[in-house]
Design a protein around this ligand. Structure first.
Ligand code: SF4
Length: 331
């Protein structure tokens, strides 16, 4: 047993030197499932039972018989797991791991705004709080949004990502009422620097997540959810890609397609904004403490949970036949 905690981990007690071994031991003792989002640090991904995107993680958490879920992602994702599995203990390494999309759409403001649009079906991206989910008719993820929206007639309110909404409007040739939120990571990719990169690597193709701005998406040869981007890199004959999404996905891409050249799309000069500061709050040290202390644990009041669950259940019903890694499409 070794060092004292870093200031980031205010919880007390010694931290084992071999954190990986200690986490696996605690995981067995707690009979826990470790879930990690693709945007986690590679060392966290490597310890997870399952690495995936929002929809996959929601499904895995619900289906698992394990009584404890250690959720390495951001708050709204762990909250979704708790909503679907209230009988389980859902712990997170860092309770402060938020999301600019979820934080930029507070439920009380959203409720007021919705009053302007009576009769609309409220479709919300999963990157939102339980309060917003409770106000929504159906939840979507980037991998399920198109399939679900094809089943819903207009008029539609879409929240809280305006870039994803614009991408879907273009795909579906429809117009939605849109809450104007953005992801701090995906909106900051630099079109200028991406074009410079593509010019310097003429054999590479741009692939992008639909949370990116339209000025980036229009240069992409393929647009899709994180899982779809991963699948595309593996299955495409193309040898090189510039990848416009959070750089954590490159870890799984390199493992799944070791022969391919993969280049993280750049933000503006001097900024490391292509990494999500919220996702990166989670560390092995904090994961160890979460499993050791079974804290911090997510709690969602029952009345709120049941209202939020209806919209998530609707998403799961409407995507029941979907492959776990549906493909995206061209911009
Ligand atoms: S990458 Fe963007 S959408 Fe994803 S958790 Fe971070 S801030 Fe939220």
């Amino acid at each position: 047993m070794g060092s004292a905690l870093s200031p980031a981990g205010a919880r007390t007690g010694p931290i084992p030197l071999d954190l990986e071994e200690a986490i696996l031991r605690l995981k067995a003792e707690r009979d826990a499932l470790i879930l990690a989002h693709y945007y986690q640090e590679s060392e966290v991904q490597d310890l997870a039972d399952f690495v995936g995107d929002s929809l996959e993680l929601a499904r895995r958490g619900k289906e698992s018989p394990k009584p404890v879920i250690a959720f390495c992602g951001v708050h709204f994702m762990a909250e979704t797991a708790k909503i679907l599995s209230p009988e389980k203990t859902v712990v997170v390494p860092d309770l402060e791991a938020g999301c600019s999309l979820a934080d930029g759409c507070p439920a009380p403001l959203f409720a007021e705004w919705l009053k302007r649009y009576p009769g609309h079906t409220v479709v919300s991206y999963i990157n939102c709080s339980a309060g917003v989910k409770a106000l929504s008719d159906v939840i979507v993820t980037s991998s399920s949004a198109e399939v679900i929206l094809r089943q819903i007639p207009d008029p539609v309110v879409f929240a809280p990502d305006r870039n994803l909404a614009a991408w879907l409007e273009k795909r579906l040739q429809r117009t939605f009422v849109v809450w104007p939120g953005t992801c701090v990571v995906h909106e900051t990719f630099s079109e200028r620097r991406i074009l410079e990169l593509l010019a310097a690597h003429p054999g590479a193709r741009l692939i992008a997540h639909p949370e990116c701005d339209e000025v980036v998406l229009r240069h992409a040869s393929f647009v899709g959810s994180t899982s779809a981007l991963l699948k595309h890199v593996v299955t495409s004959d193309h040898p090189a890609f510039v990848v416009a999404t959070e750089e954590g996905i490159l870890h799984q891409m390199k493992r799944a397609a070791p022969g391919k050249e993969l280049i993280a799309a750049p933000p503006e000069d001097g900024c490391s904004c292509n990494t999500c500061p919220h996702m990166k709050r989670n560390t092995l040290e904090k994961l160890y403490l979460a499993l050791r202390d079974l804290s911090p644990a997510l709690e969602v009041p029952d009345a709120l949970r049941l209202r939020a669950k209806r919209s998530i259940d609707r998403m799961l019903e409407m995507t029941a036949g979907l492959s776990l890694t549906p493909v995206g499409g061209r911009s």
